[in-house]
Design a protein around this ligand. Sequence first.
Ligand code: ZN
Length: 406
Amino acid sequence: MITMQRGPQPADFADVRATNLAVVLRYVRGHAPCSRAEIAATTGLNKATVSSLVADLIERRLLRETGLTEHRIGRPATMLVLDGSPYAAIGIEVNADYLTAVAIDLAGQQVLSWRRSFAGLTSSPAQAATAIAALGRRAVNRVLKEDRRVLGLTVGVPGLVSPDGVVIMAPNLGWRDVNLRDIVNRALGEPGFPVAVDNDANLAVLAESRYGAFAGSQNLIYLTGEVGIGAGIISDGQPLRGHRGFPGEIGHITIDPQGPPCACGRRGCLEAIAGITAIIARVLPEVAGDGDITDLQPEVDEVVRRARAGDPAALHALDDVGRALGQGVSILANLLDPEVIVLGGYFVPLAPWLLPPVEAELRARRIGPDTGSPQVVASILDHGAAATGGAATILDHIDAGRLPRP
Ligand SMILES: [Zn+2]
């Protein structure tokens, strides 16, 4: 969990120094390329202090000088950018049918992106945890082989996750009270970097707010479009965490009390109607219940093929699903007044057929008919938004002042 330090800090020299190093690092992240003079003028730190802090950050290889110089008044200034090439943060995303691993360097550049099929629906929690930990170990080994240090690893899970990394429940994985953080930690041999576990939608919305088409939006919602549907919410610029860390469970609002059964034990939940297995069951009834589910991408490709070909049954089913999704989206829109709602995961390839009915429902259900609706768009991030968000949370720790030791 991210804890930003606020307010007055103890006047301990080491603390002040660490805080100031983080101030400079954050400034360069937001404004690179920039000069020492610019950092001093904007942060209020004096020039000698900034020079000393920058020297320290260059020695730790968190910043580097570019060949660029800036000529304003007086001497040309050497410009600084984030370095971060010796470091990487890792995110792992767990879905019911596939796993992804992403690593990004300190500057946010992707250095690794893998996708593996995964029998999440038919694996025991122990088997699943073994597969997740194995992927984590391979990602760590790859990063180390490229002479980078691992800053940390965060796992995103489609379920309710406690702050100490216990998956309280994940209906689509059949998990209850699985201490995933401990399992992954042990599988990695108690590494010297932090391991965290968080809800997938909470992580994905962070990635979307940083690297997506609406990066920087202060009011943004991300909907996971997987076997389950979850919402990650940024409201007034802050990630919504709720009282226990469990907000955004939009997949389990009741759309139709007489609807199909849901993995949570109730009937007619949004994800039982508009989750990807429900969509496949509607459009491709012949493959439903066809053995183990591992990686639904081929089935999704077939749904897209039929929709493109104008198959009336496929178009009708997608319109129905889009209307149900639109009901869920309207609840979020009326409750939270977002600027944009981003559809992720398998909703992305299906967006051409889902967006029109979603938008129609939004128009029909908004409170003020003339006040406009939030935009609904398909994510431009590939599968793995939650993995990217997981890695980004590690960078947040660095920016908050937990710098890697030189
Ligand atoms: Zn449910």
